[in-house]
Design a binder for this molecule. Structure first.
Ligand code: SF4
Ligand code: SF4
Length: 334
């Protein structure tokens, strides 16, 4: 892999998969780095970014589409391609199209799949943003007429960019803003020759962002360990019995929060429904029911957790008092 070290690099961001543009909107909340940091070239040592995203671009209409046509013709190089939304199967019907973006010389819409076919082979790296683009997401549930899928199912899990980089998947519904921007930053560092090949796990997620479970970073972990489970929403206790899948889901949101470190599903009372996982949503349904595996693990935790909690309360009561020798003669503390 040869570094490209350009002064600027174009990021072509297609939101015309099947999705809600939620990942683009989430990105506006990123701070580490922010979109502004990248487009203003505020970070030393990495290329300045020219961002072409339909929701965030200054260009409109043909002016906006021009960058995509130039890239497809090989006149824009290097560029990173970001795909948002799941990829429909355009071969599963006699006529029409499921998703498109811009139009050709005859005025006909250009299907999103065709853009991916044109641009992916020329891209320095390809990034899938959000769970729809990575693994199909909500739209890829059974019965979906579009036959839609994630980018790795569309291009192939072994696919490599012309720089030899696998598809980089940053899942989440929506994607955690700083996790996505940090991934982009890593790729820019790699493009500048300052970082080795991006480390990805078997689901093509950046390892340093998706290497721990929700449970391992959850504010409520102490309650779980003591067998102290919430029976209703609004409680500050562990919400596993209300449907939290955190112990088996890889996601850093409880550690990182959503915006400026604030939030993070179970931290603020929302059960984890596994939105960063390739099995989402089908394998996590019905939502809000106690996960099947949790019944056994929480029963085991209950056996010792309550005893540990009672003993800790005893110790805590003692530690919450000053030592006896500090009390003034005739004092009332203890
Ligand atoms: S709320 Fe979920 S992630 Fe947090 S401690 Fe309980 S089971 Fe684990
Ligand atoms: S904590 Fe669970 S539901 Fe929340 S973003 Fe992470 S994987 Fe999705």
């Amino acid at each position: 892999m040869t570094p490209i070290s350009p002064e600027t690099i174009d990021v072509l961001w297609i939101t015309a998969g099947l999705g809600c543009d939620g990942d683009t909107i989430a990105m506006t909340a990123a701070t580490q780095p922010s979109i502004e940091d990248l487009v203003m070239g505020a970070l030393p040592g990495i290329p300045k970014v020219r961002l072409h995203n339909p929701c965030l671009s200054y260009d409109n209409g043909d002016d906006f589409m021009r960058h995509f046509h130039r890239a497809a013709a090989g006149e824009l190089d290097p560029f990173l391609l970001v795909i948002e939304g799941s990829i429909p199967d355009e071969t599963n019907k006699a006529e029409g199209y499921w998703a498109g973006f811009g139009k050709d010389a005859t005025g006909q819409p250009i299907p999103t799949c065709e853009w991916i076919d044109r641009l992916a082979p020329r891209a320095w790296a390809v990034v899938a943003a959000g769970t729809c683009a990575t693994y199909g997401g909500i739209h890829a549930m059974p019965g979906n007429p579009t036959g839609c899928m994630g980018l790795a199912d569309y291009l192939g899990w072994e696919w490599r960019s012309k720089a030899g980089i696998p598809i980089v998947c940053v899942p989440g519904c929506p994607v955690q803003p700083d996790s996505f921007m940090e991934t982009l930053l890593y790729l820019l560092q790699q493009a500048a020759g300052r970082a080795p090949m991006i480390p990805l796990d078997e689901a093509l997620r950046p390892r340093w962002l998706f290497g721990q479970t929700v449970h391992e970073g959850c504010d409520r972990g102490g309650y779980y360990e003591q067998g102290d489970f919430a029976a209703e929403y609004g409680s500050r206790k562990c919400i596993v019995k209300l449907g939290c899948w955190g112990p088996v889901v890889l996601c850093n949101v409880p550690k990182r929060g959503w915006m400026n470190g604030i939030g993070g599903c179970p931290n603020v009372g929302g059960v984890c429904i596994g939105c960063t996982m390739p099995g989402f949503p089908d394998k996590f349904m019905p939502f809000m029911d106690e996960p099947p595996g949790a019944k056994m693990s929480t029963s085991a935790v209950l056996m010792y957790g309550r005893t540990v909690r009672a003993l800790r309360n005893f110790t805590k009561t003692s530690l919450n008092r000053e030592p006896a020798w500090r009390r003034p003669p005739g004092g009332s503390n203890g």
